[in-house]
Design a protein. Structure first.
Length: 311
């Protein structure tokens, strides 16, 4: 049976924020927003599965993905990670079941990024599927008051190919409860981290049916609501996203590598409106280690052919 961490730490995330229609109105003319790309250092070994009491280490870049509908309330269905101003990466299978309801105006999405004493709230403007993969690009707008220091944090991506035997940390936010009042959200939960060694690397795909995109097999479990959560290497770089795990087993887990998403066209909206499409690879505000190892060639119908020089 999987070694599920039954006892979360005493200190849960119990912080909230109020919705704000246009947080940018509070920005004075002499002020500017700061976007800090940060390496994530999770100190020491966390075992194969552990609740992480030091959740502020993520600086608000780790997101809980929640969908709301009039008849069902808020449903926490996965995790995501901020990688650029107003852009996050998530798992496609997390968002896909809600496509039709969102298009019909019957559901909306709110992402919650816990900080040490509050949360940042994000509204989903548009979800963009990276076709043929389990990767989804989320176009977000800040929906709560701007931080007092006017600073937001995001992950540092890497194009590096993980090596067999190296240790990766899979992270996700498991929400226990969300208290929703008019114009306000309070979040209760904990961060779950699973740690394991890379067993196999599939730089193209593992198979044609289930995992037909670049993935890594890791010797550890992954649990519900972790899907789409960030996967960090030992240096703190974002190397992939939690994709799947064998249900009811102690692993392995599969991690989607980020390469297919780097050149995929995506609209950007926040903090400033922009016309047209860009990509994470083209976006200077997205910090990518080994950017030069990646190249993308646009195809018809918005698809992209990409190559990566393994290093």
């Amino acid at each position: 049976m999987p070694a599920y961490p039954d006892d979360p730490p005493q200190r849960q995330i119990r912080v909230g924020a109020q919705f704000v229609d246009d947080p940018m109105r509070a920005l004075a003319p002499e002020e500017s927003l700061q976007f800090e790309a940060a390496l994530i250092g999770i100190a020491g070994s966390v075992g194969r599965s552990a609740w992480l009491s030091g959740w502020p280490v993520f600086r608000g870049m780790l997101l809980s993905v929640n969908f709301a509908s009039a008849d069902e309330g808020y449903d926490a269905i996965g995790s995501a990670v901020l990688v650029a101003p107003g852009l996050a990466l998530c798992a496609h299978h997390v968002v896909k079941p809600y496509y039709d309801r969102m298009l019909a105006g019957k559901a909306s999405c709110v992402c919650v990024g816990p900080l040490h004493d509050r949360v940042n709230l994000w509204r989903l403007n548009r979800a963009t599927w990276v076709g043929g993969t389990d990767l989804e690009l989320l176009n977000l707008s800040c929906a709560s008051e701007l931080p007092t220091d006017r600073a937001f944090s995001q992950a540092v991506l890497t194009t590096r190919t993980p090596r067999i035997g190296e240790t990766l940390k899979l992270c996700g936010f498991r929400r226990d409860r969300m208290d929703v009042k008019p114009g306000e959200i309070a979040c209760h939960g904990n961060v779950l981290v699973c740690q394991g060694r890379v067993q196999q690397v599939y730089p193209q795909s593992r198979d044609r049916a289930m995992l037909s995109w670049p993935v890594v097999e890791v010797d550890c479990p992954a649990w519900g609501a972790m899907s789409g959560g960030p996967v960090f290497d030992e240096r703190g770089y974002l190397i992939g996203l939690v994709c799947s795990s064998v249900e009811g087993c102690d692993g392995p887990a599969y991690v989607s590598l980020l390469w297919p998403a780097l050149g995929h066209p995506v609209p950007t909206k926040w903090p400033f409106e922009r016309d047209g499409l860009t990509s994470l690879h083209q976006l200077d505000a997205c910090l990518i280690e080994g950017r030069e190892a990646f190249s993308a060639i646009p195809r018809d119908a918005g698809s992209v052919a990409w190559t990566v020089q393994h290093w």
